[in-house]
Design a protein around this ligand. Structure first.
Ligand code: SF4
Length: 87
């Protein structure tokens, strides 16, 4: 299993991925969503993820600073996970 499995990005020792990395991550996430049929987690799980992010130093205003994903879209998706393995 590769370092980015389960997430569109990876910690890889740095935050703020480059534009090229963001495009690659977004393409991979889109592929997983299409493969898995847009599966959504429960509201309780989404809330659990939101609480974890709210205490995380990598949470930006709308995005995760590691993978640069829009968190409001990422957290409900069953195919996605935290790039820092917090959820
Ligand atoms: S997805 Fe993970 S690393 Fe990103 S803000 Fe949430 S808890 Fe932090």
């Amino acid at each position: 299993m590769s370092w980015f499995a389960g997430c569109c990005g990876g910690k890889d020792g740095k935050a703020d991925p480059t534009l090229r990395e963001q495009i690659v991550y977004a393409a991979k996430a889109t592929g997983r969503i299409l493969d898995e049929g847009f599966e959504i987690v429960s509201r309780a799980e989404t809330n659990r993820r939101r609480l974890i992010c709210s205490k995380c130093e990598y949470e930006g205003k709308y995005k995760c600073k590691i993978c640069n994903c829009l968190l409001i879209l990422k957290r409900p998706l069953a195919t996605e996970s935290c790039p820092d393995e917090r959820w």
